[in-house]
Write a protein that binds this ligand. Structure first.
Ligand code: HEM
Ligand code: HEM
Length: 193
């Protein structure tokens, strides 16, 4: 299977994503898998149970720090994607598979940027920028608690939309691998040369 980032020769229909694209994909996927339950757990503990102790603070700080790092990882990944492109679509796909997957991928990229930016704007407005009491994230806006509540509500709702889309996306990848038995999942698996 030819790697796409070699930059040499014609792109073969069975090309895989480059090693860099695959690594960034799986690190992002792992981060989202952690961030969504973390966000839900901390708001349940702090908001619903109203427990504000060291553990709740640590959950919020971890969420802010990891989310902030995810934002820069996604910015790098998106730049790489725009500059280097993606391998050609798997050749056996129907036209609507291609259209649907492209739409879903770009929606995911958009949400991967918008969700952490809204989180960052929200904590700037609140303001609650501290991370483990060790340092503050840079502020993006002046304090405004009412607006902070709205922004963080939209942040949380869009994060859930992203998680649902990511589940549909993972389900589609498994459908291709297990039922259609084509090469879609293999193009993104780690461990290829
Ligand atoms: C990809 C990155 C992120 C994901 C997937 C994510 C996901 C979530 C989720 C699922 C919630 C819970 C929403 C709810 O209970 O209704 C949440 C809440 C929250 N997130 Fe994020 N988040 C991300 C990045 C960030 C960043 C970068 C910050 C700030 C720097 C942040 C700050 C917050 C805060 C303060 C809340 C609590 C909101 C509230 O109490 O209503 N998040 N996030
Ligand atoms: C178990 C979970 C996942 C599986 C099995 C999976 C699988 C895949 C596969 C096979 C592709 C390549 C599709 C193609 O060749 O057309 C892909 C691309 C992609 N995935 Fe995932 N994925 C998972 C989780 C995620 C998550 C959590 C996100 C983000 C929220 C995500 C975002 C993307 C994006 C944006 C692309 C497009 C890559 C590009 O063309 O630049 N994936 N995924």
């Amino acid at each position: 299977m030819q790697e796409y980032d070699s930059g040499t020769g014609p792109q073969q229909a069975s090309s895989a994503y480059s090693a860099a694209a695959r690594h960034m994909h799986w690190v992002t996927a792992g981060a989202i898998l952690i961030m969504v339950p973390l966000g839900l757990a901390m708001t349940y503990r702090g908001g619903t149970l109203n427990i504000w102790d060291g553990l709740t603070d640590a959950l919020y700080s971890s969420h802010k720090l990891l989310g902030f790092l995810v934002l820069w990882l996604v910015a790098g990944r998106l730049t790489y994607r725009l500059l280097r492109g993606a391998p050609p679509d798997e050749p056996t796909l129907l036209w609507w598979h291609k259209a649907g997957s492209h739409l879903l991928h770009w929606l995911l990229y958009g949400l991967l940027l918008v969700v952490p930016v809204l989180g960052w704007v929200g904590v700037s407005l609140y303001p609650s920028l501290t991370v483990f009491g060790l340092f503050d994230l840079p502020a993006l806006a002046r304090p405004n608690q009412d607006l902070a509540t709205s922004v963080l509500t939209v942040h949380g709702k869009l994060a859930i939309v992203m998680a649902l889309l990511a589940c549909a996306h993972a389900g589609a990848a498994l459908y291709h691998h297990l039922i259609r038995r084509d090469g879609v999942l293999r193009r993104m698996l780690p461990g290829l040369r």
